[in-house]
Write a protein that binds this ligand. Structure first.
Ligand code: AMP
Ligand code: MG
Length: 424
């Protein structure tokens, strides 16, 4: 048996990011950029109005006040999507809508709220659909504004040739929006690994089947697929392998031909029908380790096979999930080019005492209560490795050291916060 640290080191030493590929922008959320993104365009690509109003020459309205408004003739009307082909000369204005191009000659946009039409109608003239006749009627400007006001300048957000997003960055919704505005329907990212799930055991029933004597439903195939998805990878289920070497061998080979990672559950311990290790050896997988000094998850094994990563996870539902959380998830993140691999690790304070046999590290499922700067940590209840409810209620995994026998309430323990994003 090796230690938890050795197991981590061996897994990480054999793991590097999968090759990058061009991925549809719609599927890139949460993935890591494999190359810098250089803008080909300016954003905005033309000077445009930030307001509904009138494009003017600021010097023309320098003396405008509500008491003595400045009268400008309106020579054109531009809305978003139009081309502004009528310039603004001294004494003139162009009616303009938000997002419409600012015409040549104009250097500012006066808001409609700061104008009146000459006929003296109420200020918010744009609230009515303008009749063709009053569209171009002269406008009274009620205040002055500096040049540049309400004009969004070409390139003020992004300049052509600028690196807008750097390699190694994880794409969030705003990054996706920026890439869309720059015209990138595909982006270079580290792709999602395909992760095969094969559960072993003659006792397993598909989850839509009624229970039969001696049988249980194949819950691991679902909890693991959910963990795989949550890690950003793609679960691919290959069904249930019966407890014979031939059944396991056939499914393992198919999965290894089609996926980057293979997860098996069950059949990896020392029981009579535990064939997983033998079958993997038989098909030529190189064993990296088998057996970790932890509880749950002692029979965890890890193999390499032609750039593929294989985990033999224990069959017990909690042991499988905890092993995924602690070992498989960080490895999947590294395959996807993530730099932050591990959940936040904090020092917590035990609310109740814990007793155990010395020898292995116990990983207990806990509820974490943050009181000021202190993390209060309490067991989620019975900790049997088949008791999935202990996991359902957990937001932390607490590590009770291998040589400890009993830890009184108030003791300090390391806790991994398994509902928070990775921070190191
Ligand atoms: P094994 O490691 O094959 O001896 O399995 C250990 C325990 O986990 C046994 O109680 C199994 O019934 C249970 N188990 C194995 N595979 C699954 C599964 N896919 N879903 C739920 N429980 C399982
Ligand atoms: Mg079994």
């Amino acid at each position: 048996m090796i230690s938890i640290e050795e197991a981590h080191n061996l897994i990480m030493a054999s793991t590097e990011a999968l090759p990058a590929c061009e991925t549809a922008l719609d599927d890139a959320l949460g993935l890591v950029l494999a190359a810098d993104i250089v803008s080909r365009d300016a954003i905005p690509s033309f000077n445009n109005s930030a307001m509904d109003g009138y494009a003017v020459r600021a010097a023309d309205i320098a003396d405008a006040t509500p008491e003595s408004p400045v009268n400008l003739s309106v020579v054109a009307d531009v809305k978003a999507g139009d081309v502004a082909n009528v310039p603004v000369k001294t004494g003139q204005a162009v009616r303009i809508m938000t997002g419409a191009p600012v015409p040549a000659g104009a250097d500012a946009v006066i808001r409609v709220e700061d104008t009146m039409t000459e006929a003296g109608r109420e200020r918010a003239a744009f609230e009515r659909a303008p009749a063709a006749s009053d569209k171009l009627s002269p406008v009274l400007v009620l205040r002055s504004i500096p040049a540049g006001r309400n004009v969004r300048l070409a390139g003020e957000d992004v300049k052509p040739g600028e690196i807008v997003l750097a390699a190694g960055q994880t794409l969030g919704p705003a990054d996706i929006g920026l890439l869309a505005s720059l015209g990138f329907p595909k982006v270079p990212v580290y792709h999602r690994p395909r992760v095969a799930v094969i559960t072993t055991g003659d006792e397993l029933l598909e989850i839509d089947q009624p229970l039969e004597p001696g049988k249980i439903r194949n819950s691991n195939a679902y909890s693991l697929a959910a963990q795989i998805k949550q890690a950003g990878a793609i679960p691919v289920r290959y069904g249930i392998a019966a407890d014979t070497p031939a059944a396991a061998r056939e499914l393992f080979q198919k999965a290894l031909a089609e996926c980057d990672v293979l997860l098996t559950t069950g059949g990896v311990s020392v029981g009579e029908y535990d064939y997983v290790k033998d079958v993997l050896a038989d098909i030529g997988a190189a064993k990296v380790f088998w057996g970790v000094a932890q509880k749950p998850g002692k029979p965890l094994g890890y193999w390499n096979f032609k750039n593929r990563h294989i985990f033999g996870l224990p069959g017990n539902p909690v042991a499988a999930m905890v092993s995924f959380e602690e070992y498989v998830r960080p490895m999947l993140r590294r395959l996807m080019g993530q730099r932050l691999l591990f959940r936040p690790a904090v020092t917590g304070t035990l609310v109740s005492s814990v007793r155990k046999r010395p020898g292995r590290v116990h990983i207990i499922r806990v509820h974490v209560d943050k009181k000021g700067a202190e993390y209060l940590v309490d067991s989620t209840g019975p900790q049997g490795s088949g008791i999935l409810r202990s996991m359902v209620l957990a937001d932390g995994l607490a590590f009770i050291p291998a040589d400890a026998e009993s830890m009184p309430a108030g003791s300090s323990v390391t806790v991994h916060l398994i509902t928070l994003p990775e921070d190191h």
